[in-house]
Write a protein that binds this ligand. Structure first.
Ligand code: SF4
Length: 357
């Protein structure tokens, strides 16, 4: 692989981003594909596959914490149907590519966007606003649809030959599929997809974190992605559904977190995240213990109070104490799973506040 590149390409792994890189590589340019990852999107495990199947030079860039900070501030251009801030996301990724491009020696940025393909972020006016707000107007080329757009400085400078690019527009996939077949790809990926922010099942997990955490981090959303989620006011409990969940949850436990387990019976592992290491009220903690015990069939069958251990931080035996609680799925103090409908109402309200309405 070359040490310097002519272009960096925003690379989701979807067909459009693959083609954006390949049509420019066909002009003899060296392209570094940047695959941004976060708790919400990204497939770093596919790197080798992309190299083998599509002949691409891909690098993963973890943008989780910076992306979470953007989400927490509130995306200026709002959300799509769920919690997906697509316009701000594109601006964020292009701005990050602009920061990185010089380190690769690149003179331009490529993006697989296609004008008219998506209602929110790929309208012509949205594409213009995105490149303006990301500060990439002088360096950005959208190779798949460039011929439908005003000529870019990169094309004017002759770095990329506009006449050798395809001219794709709209929602159809016909031209992309023809191109993929012409390249002889053994596997044709679907359009990018797979962003958890666009799925209500994930968004209902994320919204309480954005609302309650004073300074949310990517690690918070890694935890929100796992197991069953419960909230009691600003107190957050994640309960494993199976052994893989339990192991993952334990690996994500931070130094200030509470780790709960049933002592005498097999049961799930749970982590209570304590923002700013704040103590939990005794009744909230007892409710959490009762909830965790309720997922142990043998503890429930035993009847009466059972022991639940609580340790502070990962590992066993450090700052450990025990609760004696009766298993209870809906404890009186009000632990409950967050729902999407309630989150949706709050998200819309927040957007109105951000817009000053
Ligand atoms: S779907 Fe997700 S990854 Fe794609 S642009 Fe929207 S927020 Fe970004």
């Amino acid at each position: 692989m070359p040490k310097t590149y002519d272009a960096v390409c925003l690379f989701s792994g979807g067909l459009d981003s693959i083609l954006a890189a390949r049509v420019v590589m066909d002009q003899g340019l060296a392209v570094k594909c940047l695959h941004f990852t976060s708790p919400f999107f990204g497939h770093p495990e596919r790197m080798a596959k992309w190299a083998a199947l599509y002949g691409l030079d891909v690098e993963c860039v973890d943008v989780g914490d910076a992306f979470v900070a953007m989400l927490h501030r509130g995306p200026a251009n709002g959300y799509g149907k769920v919690l997906n801030p697509c316009v701000d996301c594109k601006i964020f990724m292009l701005a990050r590519a602009r920061e990185l491009m010089r380190s690769y020696g690149a003179r331009c940025i490529l993006s697989g966007e296609v004008v008219g393909q998506r209602p929110m972020s790929q309208r012509r006016d949205a594409l213009n606003a995105i490149s303006r707000d990301a500060g990439v107007r002088g360096v950005l080329v959208r190779p798949l649809c460039a011929r439908h757009l005003d000529i870019s400085p990169v094309e004017e400078a002759g770095i990329i030959d506009r006449d050798r690019l395809p001219a794709i527009a709209g929602r159809g996939r016909k031209v992309q599929l023809e191109l993929a077949r012409a390249y002889g790809f053994a596997e044709i990926p679907t359009p990018a997809g797979g962003c958890k922010l666009a799925e209500s099942e994930s968004a209902r997990r994320y919204w309480p974190v954005l609302r309650a955490a004073p300074r949310p981090t990517a690690a918070d959303f890694d935890l929100a992605n796992v197991g069953r989620q419960y909230w009691c006011g600003a107190h957050w409990l994640t309960v494993g559904r199976n052994r893989a969940d339990n192991e993952r949850i334990e690996s994500l436990a931070g130094e200030a977190d509470l780790v709960l387990r049933t002592v005498d019976f097999p049961g799930p592992l749970a982590v209570g995240r304590r923002f700013d290491a704040a103590d939990w009220p005794a009744e909230v903690l007892r409710g959490a213990g009762a909830l965790v015990a309720s997922f142990s069939g043998k503890a429930v069958a035993a009847g009466g109070a059972v022991r639940v251990s609580v340790t502070v931080g990962p590992g066993r035996g450090r700052d450990r104490f025990e609760l004696a609680v009766a298993p209870e799925r809906t404890p009186a103090v009000g632990w409950a799973e967050p729902g999407w409908n309630a989150a949706k109402v709050e998200i819309r309200e927040r957007m109105r506040t951000l817009r000053g309405e």
